[in-house]
Design a protein around this ligand. Structure first.
Ligand SMILES: C[S@@+](CC[C@H](N)C(=O)[O-])C[C@H]1O[C@@H](n2cnc3c(N)ncnc32)[C@H](O)[C@@H]1O
Length: 358
């Protein structure tokens, strides 16, 4: 597959490096300076609202908030320009599937996309992720910068797969809900070589790219356009139901319906694992996470943080429900907690639960 980054012109390369540099300095220089300003006020906010109010009074705050929003917009402009100027070549690549593919792609043009999904441009990506085939390429390129290049080679998703998912040498079916362009699904095919691996997403553009990339990598993955809340797969047919960074994109009821569907799909003894975010308990840091959601057009972070998903898992008949912090720079799952990190970063955490044996 063509990697656009290897073909960038000097101007395009400079633009990408500028946005990446801006994002890194925002995270590792501006944010720590902001926390020092907060500490210097004697800031001891007891909750997120109080911390949010204190945050907005700090002299650095206008810079912190403006840079966060503006670099995200610059990122899409940069990634979008690089992709759209190669549209024909990329469209051809999407269409070049082998005559005898290892996996499959089932699109459903009649699938009704929920309003909460189409009503706003998620991550401020113009047109969102569902509207045009090129949006998948733009998202793929932009995500490399969002992850500060720490996820190149999909290290992050591999770490999740290796450290958070159970060993199941005889697994027969594994499902990735909200698989996007497949960066969470491809590691599953390597982790569970005996299993049928299925990636489900609402967005056709992402699935087309996921399918082309899986075939190019020689991986047998079945991609289906569908809703994680009602997959149409048989009950009790899956060893693992997983998803990365998907629950926080849904309203409260949809999160619950997605977990209910996962519980329905699992075999007795099967594992539910979702990589998401959790509040850290540090009011200032958590206030910046809420603000990140607002500035990044992610309106349902509040739904995720406001839902007691451990209780939801228990109500759904699952056992051993836990949240475990996850840190991509410290080898994945962190049962001891997130630990100290001075720079701004996502408070990743894994929701785990088990379907009891019958
Ligand atoms: C942030 S992306 C994550 C993609 C991928 N899992 C990854 O880690 O790169 C969230 C994905 O979830 C999909 N999505 C959101 N709600 C969904 C739902 N109810 N059913 C299926 N997919 C959904 C979106 O279309 C998007 O591709």
């Amino acid at each position: 597959m063509l990697d656009i980054e290897k073909r960038l012109t000097l101007d395009e390369r400079s633009a990408v490096d500028f946005v990446l540099g801006l994002r890194k300095r925002w995270a590792d220089t501006v944010y720590p300076a902001l926390t020092r300003e907060y500490a210097a006020t004697g800031g001891q906010a007891e909750d997120i609202d109080e911390a949010g109010r204190a945050l907005r009074e700090l002299p650095l705050y206008p810079w912190f908030s403006h840079l966060e929003r503006v670099q995200q917009k610059m990122l899409w402009k940069t990634a979008g320009d690089a992709v759209l100027s190669r549209r024909d070549e990329l469209a051809e690549q999407l269409a070049a599937i082998p005559a005898q593919p290892l996996g499959s792609l089932q699109l459903d043009p009649d699938l009704a996309l929920p309003d909460w999904y189409t009503d706003y441009d998620i991550h401020i990506q113009p047109g969102g992720f569902f509207s045009d085939d090129m949006s998948a390429y733009v998202y793929e390129f932009g995500a490399r910068i969002v992850m500060l290049r720490d996820n190149d080679g999909y290290k992050f998703h591999k770490l999740f797969t290796e450290t958070a998912l159970p060993d199941l040498p005889a697994a027969t079916r594994v499902v990735d809900v909200g698989c996007g362009f497949g960066k969470s699904t491809r590691p599953l095919a390597l982790r569970y070589p005996t299993a049928e691996v299925i990636g489900i997403d609402l967005a056709a553009p992402g699935l087309r790219l996921a399918h082309a990339e899986a075939e190019a990598a020689g991986l047998a993955i079945d991609y289906r356009q569908g809703d994680g809340r009602a997959t149409g797969l048989p009950a009790g047919s899956c060893d693992v139901v997983t998803g990365t960074m998907v629950l926080h994109e849904m309203p409260t009821e949809a999160i619950r319906e997605t977990l209910a569907e996962a519980a329905r799909l699992l075999k007795p003894g099967g594992a539910l694992r979702f990589l998401e975010f959790q509040l850290t308990g540090d009011p200032l840091r958590d206030a910046t996470v809420y603000e990140h959601a607002e500035r990044n057009n992610e309106p349902f972070f509040h739904a995720l943080f406001g839902s007691d998903l451990l209780a939801v898992c228990t109500e759904l008949g699952l056992t051993d429900a836990t949240w475990t912090p996850f840190d991509e720079r410290r080898n994945g799952l962190q049962p001891e907690g997130w630990g100290d990190r001075s720079e701004w970063h996502f408070p990743w955490a894994v929701l785990s639960a088990t379907k009891p044996e019958a």
